[in-house]
Design a protein around this ligand. Structure first.
Ligand SMILES: [Mg+2]
Length: 510
């Protein structure tokens, strides 16, 4: 080999090493064996990752099982209405936001300047926690750890250093979040979880007003702001009901397939019931739009204004009859359930006494893991299905090729860091530092594709979210839309995937 060729070969090798392992400032001869061995491992791992087959796409219309569910055992199908049977358009969120904003200005006399803060449908995600003392919105994982980078005061992210100073720890105490045995969900714990879809515009309003106060240097008490926003959005609901009832097509999706599914269940001899917190006229307009004017014929029992979750926990509130023709309430004692009659209020115990429906012959669908599903499964043994609309976006994101590649590499790089972390040489430690930085960047990229502020509804970086943990505990199955059930017969058995425990660990993607 002549000297020119040798020289060129040397530079090619050096450039190759530089491109892959980020180091070109030192002479290769000065690199330690530990360093060279690390980078050799990196190159081998990278090559292995690139040759891996990517996982198959997940079906966005899938029905996912947390617990085995045999539909042959189900004789009674129950439904919540809002965000379960009724799928709302984005215009619903804007409507709720604007009604809440009007209430703050007109009723609570908040400064009219808050009108400049517009609703951002992509700001918040369901399942976040709001610290009512500190005025911070954040995402917690299933271990009650704050996911750093997801803490917001108003619309501004709070630096990690400040978060750790405020909470003295990344993990918040259980008593801070959960209020076991106490009836009020709202003000006995210091953090409130916002777990239904109606709360997404509420969170945006809360953060927008806080942002306005911060920017305008107006003093405010976070808990008072929280209560005012909650009350204002809540008191906007009757107006929302009236507006939507008279403009159904503007706010409600058609949800095609729902009638076909009802017909199939009806033909199979299943009994159907509806328990909703919404008023009859509002539900009637929506169901008429989705199912047809004769929608009531599919249901053996319809309860409106049920006041869930109290409906499931109260002992003594009587079931009452609603006169849909006169739009009045009837005082008679209810001694039997009649098809075609509309009921309101009542309790679950009364429902079970009057119908004889018991335990695991009932499958109840709702969108709220706590107020719809927790009590019926924990106290009464009903089977449960959660309708989680966000699954469509989450699964679409999971199915992107870049996302799959990033996940693969993140998994393998993390394993590599774990295996190689015990190094002594300075240059090897620098290399490990660059790997960790690379890993942090991939984790950020993977998070942001779901939602730039808060990431996925279901995951923090590597743990399930607090929302997921409750969902998986209270729902036997979950899916993005009820009509996905059309793809399964009434004899279908949903089997959960055999979960991998840490001591059985083998990477999902490797
Ligand atoms: Mg609902």
């Amino acid at each position: 080999m002549n000297s020119r060729l040798r020289k060129r070969l040397f530079f090619e090798v050096r450039r190759f090493v530089h491109d892959i392992i980020y180091v070109d400032t030192r002479n290769l001869a000065q690199l330690t064996p530990e360093y060279l061995s690390l980078n050799d491992a990196y190159l081998r791992t990278k090559k292995k990752c690139e040759s891996k087959k990517l996982p198959l796409d997940v079906n966005p219309k899938g029905v996912f099982a947390c617990n085995e569910l045999d539909l042959k055992e189900v004789n009674v199908y129950g439904f919540d209405y809002d965000y379960t049977l009724a799928v709302y358009k984005a215009s619903m969120d804007s409507l709720l936001y604007n009604l809440g904003l009007d209430g703050l200005i007109n009723k609570f006399k908040y400064p009219p300047g808050i009108r400049e803060m517009k609703f951002d449908p992509n700001f918040a995600i369901r399942g976040l926690h709001y610290d009512i003392e500190k005025g911070l919105l954040m995402k917690l994982d299933s271990f009650l750890q704050i996911q750093l980078g997801t803490v917001y005061r108003g619309l501004s992210p709070v630096p990690d250093v400040e978060v750790l100073k405020l909470y003295k720890n990344k993990t918040v105490p259980l008593a801070y979040v959960e209020n076991h045995g106490k009836t009020s969900q709202y003000f006995s714990s210091k953090m409130i979880q916002l777990a239904d879809l109606f709360s997404v515009p509420e969170m945006c309003l809360l953060c927008n007003v806080a942002e306005y106060f911060e920017r305008s240097q107006i003093d405010y008490h976070p808990e008072i702001l929280f209560r005012d926003v909650k009350t204002s959005v809540g008191s906007g609901h009757p107006k929302m009901h009236n507006i939507v009832q008279h403009n159904v097509t503007e706010y409600l999706e058609q949800n095609p397939g729902i009638r076909e599914w009802f017909e199939r269940l009806y033909a199979a001899g299943k009994q159907l019931f509806l328990i909703t917190n919404s008023p009859y006229q509002f539900v009637n307009a929506g169901m008429g739009h989705m199912v047809g004017a004769d929608w009531e014929k599919f249901f053996d029992l319809i309860i409106v204004q049920a006041r869930k979750p109290l409906f499931f926990t109260d002992e003594s509130r009587p079931l009452r009859i609603y006169d849909k023709v006169q739009n009045t309430h009837v005082w008679d004692k209810v001694t039997q359930i009649k098809k075609g009659v509309i009921y309101y209020e009542g309790t679950l115990n009364q429902l079970q006494e009057l119908t004889g429906w018991r335990g695991n012959e009932v499958l109840y669908f709702g969108d709220h893991p706590y107020s719809d599903l927790a009590d019926v499964t924990l106290e009464h043994g009903w089977r449960t299905g959660a309708i989680i609309q966000e699954l469509t976006h989450e699964i679409d994101t999971l199915n992107h090729t870049d996302f799959k590649k990033n996940c693969n590499w993140l998994q393998m790089l993390t394993q590599l860091i774990e295996e190689c972390q015990e190094v002594d040489e300075a240059d090897a430690k620098i290399t490990l530092g660059t790997w960790t930085m690379e890993r942090d960047k991939i984790r950020q990229d993977i998070k942001k594709v779901f939602n730039p502020q808060f990431g996925s509804v279901f995951r923090t970086y590597h743990n399930p979210t607090y929302f997921s943990r409750r969902l998986f505990r209270f729902a036997d199955v979950y899916t993005s839309n009820l009509t996905n059930l059309l793809h399964f017969s009434e004899q279908h058995v949903f089997y959960p995937r055999r979960g991998v425990m840490p001591h059985e660990y083998s990477s999902y993607f490797v």
